[in-house]
Design a protein. Structure first.
Length: 267
C-alpha cells in the first residue's frame, strides 16, 4: 500500500494545500449573471472547514451520517461536498424533490430555488443556499430552512473530525452507484490519468458537462492530478475562447475550443 497516496477526498485537498496554497484552484464564472469568483486552495479549504464544522457541530454529521446535496455545479457545491467527506460522511447526490428518496438522510443542503418541494417532506434538517457569488444569505426567503450562509459564518476555519474518515466507509451514493471514501480518491486518480490531466493544468468545464460527468470528474480528478478548475455556469459558447485565453486554460472537459487540449480525446 502506498502510504503517500491520498486515501480520501479530504486528503486530495490537503495535498493541494501543501503543493501551492495561494494559487487559484477554482475559478467560477456565471455567464447568466456575469459573476466571477476565484478561490485559492487556502480559500476553498477555509470554506470546507467552516462547512464541516457547521455540519459536525450543529447536526452531528460524522461517520455513518448521510447528507443529501441538491445543488447545481457551483464553487459552493465543491466546498459542501468536500466538507461532507471531511466529516467522514456519505453524500447522497439526488434530485431530492422525489418523495421517499430522502428516507434516512440526516441533513439536506439545497439551492434556494429547490426548497419549496423539500419543505413539504418530513426532513430532519434542511439548509438552504442562496448561491450568491459572494456567499451572502438567502434574500426574500421566509420558509423553515436554515440559511447556510448565515450559519456557516459562525464556525471555525480549522476542522478536526470527531472520527478520522474511514477510506472503506461509503462516500457517494448516486443512482445505483456507491463509492467509498477511498474509492472516490482512487477513482479520481485513475480518471485523471485516463483523461490525461497533468499537474499544473487549468481545466475548463461547464456546468452541463460537469453535472453529467459527476463530482469525481469535475472536482476530484483535477485535485488528484494537481490541476486547477475553471468552472462555467450557463456557458456562453461565444465567450469561451476568450475566457480560455484569459484564464490560461490548458485543457477542457467535454468542450472543444480551438488550440486547447480536450481531455480524453487523442491529440
Amino acid at each position: 500500500m502506498d502510504h503517500n497516496r491520498p486515501a480520501t477526498p479530504g486528503d486530495l485537498l490537503a495535498a493541494t494545500l501543501r503543493r501551492d496554497a495561494a494559487a487559484p484552484l477554482v475559478t467560477f464564472y456565471d455567464d447568466g449573471t456575469g459573476d466571477r469568483v476565484e478561490l485559492s486552495a487556502t480559500t476553498l479549504a477555509n470554506w470546507v472547514a467552516k462547512t464541516a464544522n457547521l455540519l459536525q457541530d450543529e447536526f452531528d454529521v460524522t461517520a455513518g451520517s448521510t447528507v443529501a446535496v441538491a445543488l447545481p455545479v457551483h464553487w459552493q457545491t465543491a466546498a459542501v461536498l468536500l466538507a461532507v467527506w471531511s466529516c467522514g460522511a456519505t453524500v447522497l447526490d439526488t434530485a431530492a424533490e422525489d418523495d421517499g428518496r430522502l428516507d434516512g438522510v440526516d441533513v439536506v443542503l439545497a439551492a434556494q430555488d429547490r426548497l419549496a418541494p423539500l419543505e413539504e417532506q418530513d426532513l430532519p434538517e434542511l439548509l438552504g443556499l442562496s448561491l450568491h457569488p459572494l456567499g451572502m444569505g438567502m434574500a426574500g426567503y421566509a420558509g423553515p430552512a436554515r440559511d447556510f450562509a448565515l450559519e456557516v459564518r459562525a464556525h471555525g476555519d480549522v476542522f478536526t473530525a470527531w472520527q478520522p474518515p474511514d477510506p472503506g466507509a461509503p462516500g457517494l451514493l448516486v443512482g445505483g452507484l456507491e463509492l467509498t471514501l477511498g474509492g472516490l480518491a482512487g477513482t479520481a486518480a485513475e480518471l485523471a490519468d485516463r483523461l490525461g490531466i497533468a499537474e499544473g493544468d487549468r481545466v475548463l468545464v461547464d456546468d452541463v458537462v460537469a453535472a453529467e460527468a459527476g463530482p469525481v470528474a469535475w472536482l476530484l480528478a483535477p485535485l488528484a492530478a494537481g490541476a486547477s478548475i475553471v468552472l462555467v455556469r450557463s456557458a456562453d459558447p461565444g465567450q469561451l475562447p476568450g475566457r480560455a485565453s484569459a484564464e490560461r486554460v490548458t485543457a477542457t472537459l467535454g468542450r472543444t475550443i480551438d488550440g486547447v487540449r480536450e481531455l480524453g480525446r487523442p491529440s
